[in-house]
Design a protein around this ligand. Sequence first.
Ligand SMILES: NC(=O)C1=CN([C@@H]2O[C@H](COP(=O)(O)OP(=O)(O)OC[C@H]3O[C@@H](n4cnc5c(N)ncnc54)[C@H](OP(=O)(O)O)[C@@H]3O)[C@@H](O)[C@H]2O)[C@@H](O)CC1
Ligand SMILES: Nc1ncnc2c1ncn2[C@@H]1O[C@H](COP(=O)(O)OP(=O)(O)O)[C@@H](O)[C@H]1O
Ligand SMILES: [K+]
Length: 481
Amino acid sequence: MRGIWTTDHIRQAEERLLAGTLEGALMRRAAHGVAIQAAAMLDEHAGAVAGRSAVLLVGAGNNGGDALWAGAFLRKRGVGVAAVLLAPEKAHTQGLAALKRSGGRVLSVEESPQWIASADLVVDGIVGIAARGPLRPDAAALVDHIAAPVLAVDLPSGVEPDTGAVEGPAVSANRTVTFGARKPVHVLNPERCGDVVLVDIGLSGELGEPDLFQLDVADVAAAWPMPGPSDDKYTQGVTGVAAGSATYPGAAVLASGSAVHATSGMVRYAGTSADVVRWHWPEIVATGSITDAGKVQAWVAGPGIGTGREGKDVLAAALGKGVPVCADADAITIIAHQPDVLDARDPGTPLVLTPHDGEFARLTGSPPGPDRVGAVRAAADRFNAVVLLKGHCTIVADPDGRVLVNAARGSWLATAGSGDVLSGLVGALLAAGLDPWLAAGVAADVHARAGQLGADGVPVSAAGVLAAIPDAVRQVRALKP
Ligand SMILES: NC(=O)C1=CN([C@@H]2O[C@H](COP(=O)(O)OP(=O)(O)OC[C@H]3O[C@@H](n4cnc5c(N)ncnc54)[C@H](OP(=O)(O)O)[C@@H]3O)[C@@H](O)[C@H]2O)[C@@H](O)CC1
Ligand SMILES: Nc1ncnc2c1ncn2[C@@H]1O[C@H](COP(=O)(O)OP(=O)(O)O)[C@@H](O)[C@H]1O
Ligand SMILES: [K+]
């Protein structure tokens, strides 16, 4: 698993590291990493390094200092470097001196727009981890002129470092060079960051427990259940699916079909769509009601069950079985409007809630807002449940405080019914006995892969995503280091 640290924790770690390091050494290490990536980008985008031009956007702090030092290094490789100083009196003294010594020039306010517009590369050193609020107007005006590829120093300016939120003009980088550890912005707003390159500045020993996690493909491969020689259909976990209704039989087909594709354990279906489910998935054991469904190791409850009396009874029955439950879609609305349904649950029994933004707002009383991680963490604590917040970037919080983030692989999953597919995956992994937080995270990873593989460059339906689940699992196993 990869760790991600908030800016507070990065700062504390940096302070400890700085205490035992020669002044300026860390910044030069960081800037050297920036210069290497800048040269690589010039080569990629402008066909050469020497003779090409870079403009540095330099803010009031050390982020600007990194850019200035990187400019001095680039001069040694024959790059024409010019700097725009947003706060000339605060610009990093040694960095500015180094740039001037190397033959770099400082632009006047008047000439800046033209230089920015015609540069081969723009290096964004406006603001780093000290950024607060949207870009100030003078910085925002500069960003407007950018036409060239952008290399962001530490993070793209204008994007909130700890939440990835953007409220106003902001830099969109092709690549971001960050130092010591990845910050939340890099996983919560990957589109603005471009490729993220991590430069080692010796910080790892000073970092404590990560604030967020991201699963590596090896984690997903290790967690995904595979049958062993002594397994049979029951030992791998039986998934129960309580979904669908006369109005929404498709939800039943998608959620139960997804569970069928996820693992080789057995799937039981309970509900009024039993006939159509059997027709689509002959391997499923289907009954009309959850009360006479056989034994399962986890339930998926909610997709398409409706939010009336019958839906509530189905959800209460699932919650009362003493096995983990993934409550999705209508189940979330029922919990939001009739929270007493949760009384059916033994608090020790794992519960995974999988809301999209609208369901999240219904459930908690307010939309996730710009701090999505904070909002999901609070909801997990409040409901004593794993909460998976859907969206372009999926966030999964455990009531114990662990949070993982799963990046999208395109926007292919923004299609009706894809959430039903996700709930089937979560349910199957719960039935297989995975830790609920990991089950939700691993399901989100494979769901995103299935979206990408099923789409293969053109829009895909939820049924297409479902059909690509085996390929997604195959991909995970093949990519495992
Ligand atoms: N510490 C280390 O060991 C290492 C640190 N390193 C580097 O240092 C960076 C952190 O540097 P930092 O702390 O100097 O602050 P930084 O992010 O440059 O901000 C500067 C100033 O910008 C302003 N400002 C704030 N918000 C703004 C906005 N929205 N729009 C416009 N301006 C805004 C505000 O100044 P004000 O105008 O309020 O005086 C703020 O003080 C870090 O990201 C990394 O690149 C590396 O060298 C490796 C070693
Ligand atoms: N723009 C997007 N990019 C990537 N994934 C998305 C996007 N929008 C939605 N998704 C994903 O698609 C799924 C949609 O689920 P949901 O909203 O419950 O749909 P439905 O109710 O139609 O099944 C979720 O897994 C969500 O994370
Ligand atoms: K920056």
